[in-house]
Design a protein around this ligand. Structure first.
Ligand SMILES: [Zn+2]
Length: 388
C-alpha cells in the first residue's frame, strides 16, 4: 500500500515538470475544427467536456488548464457542386460559420480574444487569455469571385487553403485524381490575392503539384496547418521529405497532425457516423449522446486509425529531423478526425513536450515549434502584403 502511494507520488512529480515547462510556451494549434460543436444545443465551449462521452477534444477549461494557449478556429465548408447554386449555398454556410465563431467566442471576453496578427497573439497571451485566430478550410465558398477573399480577411481570417478532399475551382486535392495538374488559372489568381491581403496560404489537402505551384508562386511562406510526413507514413495526404525541405527552404512550416499515420478505416458504418458528426450541432442532446455512444462502440472494434501516441511521436520526430526546428509546428486536427489512443485530446499536449525534451530538444526549440514558427509565418505574410 505504502509503496503504491510512493509510486503514485513520484509519477505526479514527474508529470508536473513537463506540464510546467509546457505552460511557459505560447502553445498554438493551426487547425481546430471545434466550431462544428459551437452550435450544439445544451453545450457550452466553457464547459469541461470528455471526448469519451461527447467527442469534444478542445474547450476553454482544458485550454486554461495549461495545455493549449490558442489556435486557428476553422471555417470548414463541405464541398458541393461546382456551380452557381453550390457556390451560393457554400458562401451562406461559410458566412454563418464565421458569425458562429465570432459570437461563441465573444461570449467569453475575459477568457479568449481574437488575433489577426502575431503581435495580437503575444499581447493576448501576456494578458492571460487564450488566442483565437480564424482560418478557412476549403476556399470553395468563394465561388469564382475572388473579391470575397477580402470579406473573409475583414472577418478576421488570416489562414486559408484552396481545396479540401476533392478537386475544386482552384486546385487539385491530394484525395482526388488530377484535373488541373495543380492549380487552375483561378487558383493562380487566388494565390496572388492571398498574398496581396497578407493571408497565409495553407497547403494541407492540396495535391503535390498544387503544393509545388503555390510554393513557386507565393511571395510569402506556406503553412501546412494539419499534415504529416510521407517519409514516416506513405499517403498522398502527407508531404514527402523533399517537399518538406523545399517548404523549409522558403521559410514555411509543417504543423504535424495525428491523422494519416496509418490508413484511414472509413467503413460504411464510420462514414455514416462521420456525416452525422459533421452536423452534430443540428442534433438534440439525446441524439448527440447516442452518436457519441455509437462512435466509441465502433472505436472498440474498428478504430479509425491503426496508430497511437508512440506512432505520433515517431512522426513528430521524423518531421523535425527533416524540416528542422524552425519549420515544425502542430495541427493535430482536433475535432476533425484527429486524436489517437494516448493523445485523445489537448490535455495530452504536455506529454509531447516531455518527449521532445527527453529527445534533447531545448526549451528554445520547443518555443519555436509550439508557436514561434507559426507567428513568424503570419508575420511574413503580413509583411509581404505591405510591400506589394
Ligand atoms: Zn482537414
Amino acid at each position: 500500500m505504502f509503496a503504491l502511494l510512493l509510486l503514485a507520488g513520484c509519477a505526479t512529480t514527474q508529470a508536473e515538470a513537463p506540464r510546467k515547462a509546457h505552460r511557459d510556451f505560447l502553445v498554438l494549434d493551426t487547425h481546430l475544427d471545434t466550431p462544428l460543436h459551437f452550435g450544439r444545443p445544451g453545450w457550452s465551449f466553457a464547459g469541461h467536456h470528455d471526448p469519451a462521452t461527447d467527442l469534444v477534444q478542445v474547450d476553454l477549461e482544458r485550454m486554461d488548464a495549461g495545455a493549449l494557449d490558442g489556435g486557428f478556429f476553422a471555417i470548414y465548408t463541405e464541398q458541393g457542386p461546382l456551380n452557381a447554386k453550390g457556390y451560393a449555398d457554400a458562401l451562406a454556410f461559410a458566412r454563418g460559420r464565421s458569425d458562429l465563431i465570432d459570437h461563441t467566442l465573444a461570449a467569453f471576453p475575459n477568457r479568449i480574444d481574437f488575433a489577426t496578427t502575431a503581435a495580437d497573439a503575444r499581447r493576448i497571451d501576456r494578458a492571460g487569455l487564450r488566442v483565437a485566430f480564424k482560418s478557412m478550410e476549403n476556399s470553395y465558398p468563394l465561388g469564382e469571385d475572388l473579391s470575397l477573399l477580402r470579406e473573409f480577411h475583414d472577418r478576421g481570417v488570416r489562414l486559408a487553403g484552396p481545396v479540401h478532399g476533392a478537386n475544386n475551382q482552384f486546385a487539385d486535392s491530394s484525395g482526388d485524381t488530377p484535373k488541373w495538374n495543380g492549380l487552375s488559372p483561378l487558383g493562380r489568381t487566388w494565390v496572388k490575392e492571398m498574398n496581396r491581403l497578407g493571408m497565409v496560404i495553407d497547403a494541407s489537402h492540396a495535391s503535390d503539384a498544387a503544393f509545388d505551384q503555390m510554393l513557386e508562386l507565393s511571395k510569402s511562406p506556406l503553412l501546412l496547418s494539419h499534415s504529416s510526413g510521407r517519409g514516416a507514413f506513405d499517403h498522398p495526404r502527407n508531404l514527402d521529405d523533399s517537399r518538406i525541405r523545399k517548404l523549409a527552404a522558403k521559410g514555411g512550416a509543417i504543423c504535424v497532425s495525428t491523422i494519416f499515420l496509418s490508413n484511414m478505416n472509413m467503413g460504411p458504418e464510420r462514414a455514416a457516423l462521420f456525416s452525422r458528426y459533421e452536423h452534430i450541432a443540428d442534433l438534440s442532446p439525446e441524439a448527440q449522446a447516442d452518436l457519441a455512444r455509437r462512435w466509441r462502440a465502433l472505436d472498440a472494434t474498428q478504430p479509425i486509425w491503426a496508430a497511437d501516441f508512440e506512432r505520433y511521436m515517431a512522426m513528430v520526430l521524423h518531421v523535425i529531423e527533416v524540416a528542422g526546428v524552425d519549420h515544425v509546428c502542430f495541427g493535430a486536427d482536433w475535432d476533425g478526425g484527429g486524436g489517437l489512443p494516448g493523445i485523445e485530446d489537448i490535455s495530452a499536449l504536455p506529454k509531447v513536450t516531455e518527449r521532445l525534451r527527453a529527445a534533447g530538444y531545448s526549451d528554445a526549440d520547443l518555443a519555436k515549434m509550439w508557436g514561434g514558427n507559426i507567428l513568424r509565418v503570419v508575420e511574413a505574410a503580413a509583411r509581404a502584403a505591405s510591400t506589394q
